[in-house]
Design a protein around this ligand. Sequence first.
Ligand SMILES: [Ca+2]
Length: 447
Amino acid sequence: MRNTRVFVGLLLLFLWLFPLVIALGEEDFLVVETVELPEGEGTAAGTDLPSGEAAAPPTDAALREAPDLTEACSMTFSTKKNASYRKRLIDGNNNTSWARGKKKEGWIVLRSEEPIASLYLCFDLQPETWEIQIPPGKIASGEIASGEEWVTVWTGPSPYVHVYIPLPSPSRTVRFWCPVTKTRTQIAELRAYGTGSFPAGAQNWLPPTENADILFLATHADDELIFFGGGIPTYAAERKNRVLVAYLANCGKRRTHELLNGLWSMGVRNYPVISPFEDTAQRTMTKEYQKMGGQNKVRNWVIALYRQYRPKVVVTHDARGEYGHVQHRVCAAVAQAAYDAAADPSVDPASAEAFGPWQVRKLYLHLAKENRITMDWDQPLSSLGGITGLEAAVRAFEYHVSQHPYSMNVTRTGSQYDNRIFGLVRTEVGPDEAGGDFLEHIPLSAE
Ligand SMILES: [Ca+2]
């Protein structure tokens, strides 16, 4: 009997070591694609919980895509109404949500047969502070006994509304918890994943890129697709340039979910910048500026954007507002005004002091007549499985469900708002010669 145990022990040790020996001896034998996860922006709480994957040998569970456990999870809520809230959180619809008043602490407890390794939260409203907690003990088995305290493994808030949270070790029970706060909490979608590689259904955003090669400055969520076509996926995903997408108007929580889902689908991984200005459509520029808090306020926001993120090239709207939308015209106007002003430290000295002055090198307006270039968004992008830049934009627009009832969509090449045509209206590096490349004459960012 004893010999049998020794034999089984040796066999298990051999099986454990075998992949390591093979991997060391023949590097190409097992090609494992390493998925580098960006750092979450929240704060991992200081615990000495085992990291789970660090020392473990490779297993099938570690190589497969993390399974979506959400459907199989039970959920209980501080707010009761368990069944209806659970449905709202997992229905894939950003218009339905779980909400908590600000005067009481609130929580959602998830329980799963298969241990939960990560969570993905889509907030409509994020409170000032919140935590992800697990029961005390090692690999948490499930229940929390009376008198025991939950262990905090992650602390919000996140600067992003779509938040991916890898747990320090898998747990069958996980709790989202928030104390009494000044603001309400509203979560549109919540998903739980098991152990494995990064799940396709989640988003794990990196901070907005500084030292941007290109800033695409759109006005509203979806303008970046309709008017700039395949530009964003071509440069951000395929050419791996530093791309910042910014929006001059904040179109509300629903459209923010839509724009994030669309950008992520095009391979954008740096979170966009969204202004605090409301989405308005006044009849004149004067009224539009008034509605947005004054011309200087709008211009200074764009100046600070240039100074903080230091884009070499800025791409923005047609000066006539595409189809005449006055907020688009404001966007094109302030983008031009800020081109010189951002380089002058006497203008808006507060942001000059915070970030330093900045000279953008080239500014393109959609459809401008000066120094016209025609982009090619019909090249297949291997980074996106071979679809073209334009097809990636069309696909991203599918996420903008709230805008589908309206007449605008991502225009096909050659249509009225031809998203291939841009004019170079300001340049520090001379006119384009070859054309067809926003980054012509622009040295790329060093890492
Ligand atoms: Ca929902």
